[in-house]
Design a protein around this ligand. Structure first.
Ligand code: PNS
Length: 163
């Protein structure tokens, strides 16, 4: 069985993430969406790991081969423990590339058995990020084009006036 891991902060999961997860689910037998720890974003995460996992579960329930998990340690160790053969990441723009390239090379060094696979984001999601969603929602803007309707009101309730 070919297992891929889609790691990220997912704070919160956006339509851009869902697009990448859906496409990965067609390429691999099983996809693990992994809520992971990004030391650079530690202080700025709004949603708890449990909330982020719940959101992802709700927006991927139509995908039979997708499961959700979390990991506080190294991605490379998680890949090893699950036997995953790939890390799937979405690339939005050239600005993503340097950071993603660095992580791909580090992960390859730590766990050479897995490849990082980059999927280019769909054009309509080029500008989309969890940070953009959080900023718009906190200022009372309409985020219905950016997050799945299933989790829209939960995100709005939490973020409105939080900024
Ligand atoms: O959505 P993000 O925040 O850009 O995702 C980055 C993430 C969480 C995938 C990355 O920080 C990560 O893999 N964290 C787990 C810890 C780890 O293995 N760090 C070394 C990566 S080379």
């Amino acid at each position: 069985m070919r297992i891929a891991v889609c790691p990220g902060s997912f704070d919160p999961v956006t339509k851009g993430h869902i697009d990448i997860i859906e496409r990965a689910s067609k390429l691999f037998d099983k996809v693990i969406v992994l809520v992971s720890f990004n030391s650079g974003k530690k202080a700025s995460t709004v949603f708890t790991v449990e909330e982020r996992m719940d959101f992802i579960l709700r927006v991927t329930k139509h995908l039979e081969n997708v499961v959700v998990d979390c990991n506080a340690g190294l991605l490379a160790d998680y890949l090893k423990s699950t036997g995953a053969c790939a890390i799937v990441k979405g690339l939005r723009a050239v600005s993503d590339f340097e950071y993603e390239f660095q992580m791909a090379l580090a992960n390859k060094k730590l766990y050479p058995e897995a490849e990082t696979v980059f999927l280019t984001t769909s054009t309509e999601n080029m500008y989309l990020s969890s940070s953009v969603v959080k900023e718009i929602a906190s200022l009372g803007g309409d985020i219905s084009g950016f997050v799945d309707w299933e989790i829209l009101s939960d995100i709005n309730k939490r973020l409105f006036n939080s900024g």
